[in-house]
Design a protein around this ligand. Structure first.
Ligand SMILES: C[S@@+](CC[C@H](N)C(=O)[O-])C[C@H]1O[C@@H](n2cnc3c(N)ncnc32)[C@H](O)[C@@H]1O
Length: 278
């Protein structure tokens, strides 16, 4: 069995993501910090979410995207004026109650700072940190049990500094990947979908990530690889997904929260995550 050594060490100066996000890759970064390339011109992450890998790598230059406007608003607001975001979070902390939570949940602010602080407040105090919207695209998760709006380990100033070196786009993944070229490093962590599964899509917001999105993603990554970009993607370890990449010269490894990276097919069953490398 071919093993790539996994490390439990975090970089001493790793920044902590400010959002709690479903499918977050903090565990991946902690276990497999040595899998990321050391040298690249620009970092490209089209499925940003909580950005665990971005915060770990702290790239000199990056292009970040997500299709979720609430996610993008947090990065834009903190980049624009982190102090104003923290001031607003302090106000939310002071006023935090059922009444305040549901009032803020119903609001639709239009400026970047208010959008960012609203999303951070809701993400930190809602039920289990879940993100869910109704058919109108309105966030509809009830209040949870956590009451901390600001955390001791928040690093908004450092994150804002890092974001000054990032372009942040509210966009579907394909156009972002199509911008990547020679010496760029693309990290992709899409919603996991498999083929022939009647329940086979993940509902992240009002948009579905369908099987045809998986095919579109594989084709975009293949084009990027041909242009000279380095690709690292994670996905479900399912034969339908393996089939999309295997015959196109991508290297496939498997891992899970509970195991080391492996290239062995025999051990496939116990690994639920696929790692796709160019
Ligand atoms: C599994 S999460 C990424 C988690 C992230 N790696 C982390 O560590 O927190 C997938 C993200 O893809 C976004 N997404 C879903 N469909 C998308 C699309 N078509 N284009 C771009 N982003 C999309 C979702 O909004 C979500 O934030």
């Amino acid at each position: 069995m071919a093993l790539i050594s996994a490390t439990a060490d975090q970089k001493a100066n790793t920044l902590q993501p400010f959002l709690k996000w479903a499918g977050g890759k903090r565990w991946f970064v902690q276990k497999h910090a040595d899998i990321f390339p050391k040298n690249f011109r620009r970092y490209v992450e089209p499925f940003l979410g909580g950005g665990s890998v971005f915060f770990h790598l702290q790239p000199r230059k990056s292009l970040l995207g997500d299709v979720n406007p609430d996610v993008i608003s947090v990065y834009r607001g903190v980049k624009e004026d982190w102090k104003a975001v923290v001031d607003k979070l302090r106000q939310h902390q002071k006023l935090h109650s059922d009444e305040h939570y549901y009032m803020v949940r119903a609001q639709q602010p239009t400026d970047a700072v208010s959008q960012a602080s609203r999303m951070l407040y809701l993400n930190r105090t809602c039920f289990n940190g879940i993100y869910r919207v109704n058919l109108q695209g309105e966030f509809n998760v009830p209040r949870g049990t956590k009451n901390w709006v600001l955390r001791d380990d928040d690093q908004f100033e450092e994150i804002s500094k890092l974001l000054t070196r990032a372009e942040i786009r509210l966009t579907d993944f394909e156009s972002l990947i199509d911008e990547a070229g020679k010496e760029d490093f693309i990290f992709c962590d899409p919603p996991y979908t498999v083929r022939h599964n009647f329940n086979g899509f993940v509902k992240y917001n009002e948009k579905l990530f369908s099987w045809s999105d998986q095919e579109r993603l594989a084709a975009a990554l293949l084009r990027a690889k041909a242009r000279g970009a380095t690709v690292l993607a994670t996905n479900a370890n399912h034969h339908s997904v393996r089939d999309l990449y295997e015959s196109h010269g991508f290297r496939l490894l498997t891992t899970s929260r509970y195991s080391s990276i492996s290239a062995s097919a025999e051990y496939r069953k116990q690994f639920d995550e696929l790692i796709i490398l160019s």
